[in-house]
Design a protein around this ligand. Structure first.
Ligand code: 5GP
Length: 201
């Protein structure tokens, strides 16, 4: 069995990546890696589903015990990817999705050269600000921080393998699925199929 893909997705806050991934994750073979964070839960967020909400001390312990594949600070909070689950799921053949910010993604780029990097951009930074205000889960201060962070994050987009602009949801979901399909067609993942082609009578 082939190892599952490792798909790293980054997008400025409010780009709609959660909605896109929600659609993609309806398909079977994906495993969404639940990150750990020191941020407080938003209304409706569930511990162990959206994030593992942990204290700064516990976060530090996990770093010290090599429990994080990567971690980064974002707008004053820490976020990190639990190493064990990601490796385990890939070995079981599941395609693992990491939804992480750009600095963490660049660390994964170095650590896992076989990972696929997808950047989701808003149609414009102004539209992103409008979406964040509409969501209404952050204060004006936090929105301003996130909009300015978004401008910085967009400068990382050329370092990714694929860029998807989330103007219309359906098209963005379709683009995402096309990326995965193309990756699966790569000859390096087709060794078993090639064996059959060569050996079957
Ligand atoms: P939010 O607070 O909006 O849930 O997430 C803020 C940012 O942290 C988003 O860009 C999100 O993708 C990123 N993030 C979430 N989990 C992780 C993680 O495990 N590692 C890193 N580096 N970033 C993460």
């Amino acid at each position: 069995m082939n190892k599952g893909l490792l798909i790293v997705v980054s997008a400025p806050s409010g780009c709609g990546k959660g909605t896109i991934l929600g659609e993609v994750l309806k398909e079977d073979n994906f495993y969404y890696s639940v990150s750990a964070t020191t941020r407080c839960p938003r209304e409706g967020e569930v511990n162990g589903v959206n994030y593992h909400f942990i204290s700064k001390e516990e976060f530090q312990e996990r770093i010290d015990s090599n429990g994080m594949l990567e971690y980064a600070e974002y707008c004053g909070n820490y976020y990190g990817t639990p190493r064990k689950e990601v490796e385990q799921m890939r070995l079981e053949g599941k395609d693992v999705i990491l939804e992480i910010e750009v600095k963490g993604a660049m660390k994964v780029r170095t650590l896992c050269p076989d990972a696929i990097f997808v950047f989701i951009a808003p149609p414009s930074v102004k539209e992103l600000e409008r979406r964040l205000r509409k969501r209404g889960t952050e204060t004006d201060d936090v929105i301003a921080k996130r909009v300015s962070e978004a401008a910085n994050e967009l400068t990382y987009a050329p370092k990714y393998d694929y860029l998807i602009v989330n103007g219309a949801l359906e098209k963005a979901v379709d683009d995402f699925k096309t990326v995965i399909k193309a990756e699966k067609l790569k000859a390096c993942y087709a060794t078993e199929i090639l064996d059959e082609v060569i050996n079957n009578a």
